[in-house]
Unconditional design. Sequence first.
Length: 230
Amino acid sequence: MEDLLDNYQPSDIVKQFVKTTPMLLLVGVSGAGKDSIKQKLLATNKFHNFVSYTTRLPRTNKGVPEQNHKDYHFVTRDEMRILLENGEMIEAKLYSGNIYGTGLYDLEESVKTNKIALNDIEVQGVEEYKMINPKVNAVFILPPSFETWNARLMSRYSGHDIDEGDILLRLKTARIELKTALDSGYYKFIVNDDLDRAVEETMLCVEGNYSQDSQKHGEIIARKLLAELN
């Protein structure tokens, strides 16, 4: 499977859809509030929810079980292998021990509904999109400080024992994500210290009106977070 992932190339049809479909790639460290921003954007009725594929098992978030084909397309590793062999995925990467990826289906649905494809994705996947379409919008959501971020991560374990191994894995992954995003030069950084404002700034990115001052502020926060992790 690793060889298949390392050498994967999407079909020509998939590449054409990526080049021509309006979309927003939404990225962020665990606990940054990415999902809350995503739900607010979907509520504007301007976006189509781009559902990612994953080989991990469904989870329960705040007592609510994840739904197949809504939160993720949950597939087995064998099913993922078939999708890859047929060239039906846009991209697929190993992330925290599981395979995540995006496929053609939701791009087709975005075109049918004349909406912007909104894709909650990992940094590795963004790189693949950029190789196909360098102009695609990529936004990186950040918590306002390391302290706030840590509190948000701890809140995930409310009523449960804290899984130190899981926390360490999330922090390790976040360090890679932040460094990759800062080095890339193509992300718009949005600080989520107020949800409504973060949503407004994300819309400005989509419209091409995000200010340089806001971008500089976001980059400073990203570098501070990365320094805390090193």
